[in-house]
Ligand binder design. Sequence first.
Ligand code: IMP
Ligand code: MG
Length: 193
Amino acid sequence: MGKIDPRVEKIILTNKELNAGIKKAALWLNKNYKNKTPILIPVLKGAIPFYAQLIKDIKVDCVSDFIVYSSFHGGVEAIHDGSVPNVITDLANNIHDKDVIIIEDIIDSGKTLLSICNFLKSKNPKSLKTMVLLNKPKARKVKMEPDFSCFKIANDFIVGFGFDFEEKMRNLPYIGVLKKSIYLEALKRSKNK
Ligand code: IMP
Ligand code: MG
């Protein structure tokens, strides 16, 4: 592995570990959607590296669609109070009566996944399941659990492999914890806005 980014406190998941966990997600999907043609819906932008790796091991016929959903708006705190639009770009496909799987980067408070589920449920899919790369079980604020999660992690602000800090650092090949001092500075900035 190359040099660790100076803004990262420690690496919690290497690229190799991530890929091994994502392989298990593909196996789960292959087993549960045998003889079906699910519509896979990665939530942009965070789920891109996860989805790109996942799709290589999917053996069932599937269709990809995308939803752009934002709760952070570039900061470090989610906004779910209706003051900003959360669904930025809607699906291209009609999911009525289809088997749908939301592919999300992380479940933290659970508000994002719950909100996306409710939005997609209103389109009357035949089934709706959720798959996440990371799960922060201790951070939950609403009743929402994913159907499959690759890794459970502690309640830290993480970056890399699709996860951003103020829209940057998504490109790191690993997942690391952002240095606390940097996180706290950003939190202060967003509170003073
Ligand atoms: P939730 O609504 O609190 O569950 O937050 C979910 C969304 O917040 C995810 O889709 C991520 O985009 C973002 N998020 C949550 N935790 C982190 C983190 O530690 N680093 C970067 N983004 C995060
Ligand atoms: Mg997200």
